[in-house]
Ligand binder design. Structure first.
Ligand code: MG
Length: 213
C-alpha cells in the first residue's frame, strides 16, 4: 500500500492545542505552541496496521487535522503561512501514553513505526470550492464504529496559520512538509483487533486495524 503523499522531510506536531484535551490529561494550555516532531518513518496509509510496540502498555489514538506545505516557509507571517498551505488531510498522532509520561521528552512515545497514519491529501482549492475555510474544518475519530473524538479547528488554542508561522521561526518548513495541529479531547486506548478511523468529514479519512507486535 503506497503512502497517499510524498514522503516529507519532517512531520511537525503540536501538543495541547485544544483546552479540553490539555485538561483531560491534567495539563494546562501552554502560553506558546508546544512543538514536537514525528519521524517520517512512522507514516502509514489507510489499511496498514498500527502495530502496538512491546515497550508500551497504553497506546492511544489522537485524531488530528494536518496540512501540507506547498512552498518553503521561513520567518513567515501568518498570512504567508496561510497561503503556503497546499493540502489538508486526516492524521492519527498515535501515542504511547505511558512512555509519554515516563520519558522527559516525547520522541519514543510518538515515534514508533506505524504511529502516523495519514489520509489522502485534499487540495485547499477544493475547500474553497465547497465554501469551507481552514477555521471551519472538523475532525472525528471512531474506534470500532463508535465516535470517540470530535474537534473543530475554530476551537484550537493557536490557529493553523499561527502554528505554521511560529514553527517557521525555528525551522525552515520545506515544500511537502506535514504539520499536524493537535488533538481534541477524547483520546483513548487502542487494543489488538480494534479499527480506528480519523476523518475530516467529507474530505479525507484514514482507517487502520490495530495489531500486537
Ligand atoms: Mg497529538
Amino acid at each position: 500500500m503506497p503512502l497517499p503523499l510524498e514522503r516529507p522531510s519532517k512531520i511537525v506536531c503540536v501538543g495541547r492545542n485544544y483546552m479540553a484535551h490539555a485538561r483531560e490529561l491534567g495539563n494546562d494550555v501552554p502560553g506558546e505552541p508546544l512543538l514536537f516532531l514525528k519521524p517520517p518513518s512512522a507514516l502509514i496509509p489507510g489499511g496498514a496496521p498500527i502495530v502496538l510496540p512491546g515497550a508500551s502498555r497504553q497506546v492511544e489514538h489522537e485524531g488530528e487535522i494536518a496540512v501540507i506545505l506547498g512552498r518553503r516557509l521561513r520567518l513567515a507571517s501568518e498570512e504567508e503561512a496561510r497561503e503556503a498551505i497546499s493540502h489538508v488531510l486526516a492524521l492519527n498522532d498515535v501515542t504511547a501514553r505511558d512512555l509519554q509520561r515516563s520519558d522527559p521528552q516525547w520522541t519514543r512515545a510518538k515515534g514508533f513505526d506505524t504511529f502516523c497514519p495519514v489520509g489522502p491529501p485534499v487540495p485547499v482549492e477544493s475547500l474553497r470550492e465547497r465554501g469551507l475555510s481552514l477555521e471551519s474544518l472538523e475532525v472525528t475519530t471512531h474506534v470500532n464504529g463508535e465516535l470517540r473524538q470530535h474537534g473543530r479547528a475554530g476551537d484550537m488554542v493557536f490557529s493553523i496559520p499561527f502554528l505554521l508561522a511560529y514553527a517557521s521561526e525555528i525551522m525552515t518548513l520545506e515544500p511537502g512538509d506535514l504539520v499536524s495541529t493537535g488533538s481534541p479531547e477524547g483520546v483513548g486506548p487502542l487494543h489488538p483487533g480494534d479499527v480506528v478511523k480519523v476523518q475530516l468529514p467529507g474530505l479525507s479519512s484514514v482507517e487502520n486495524p490495530v495489531e500486537a507486535a
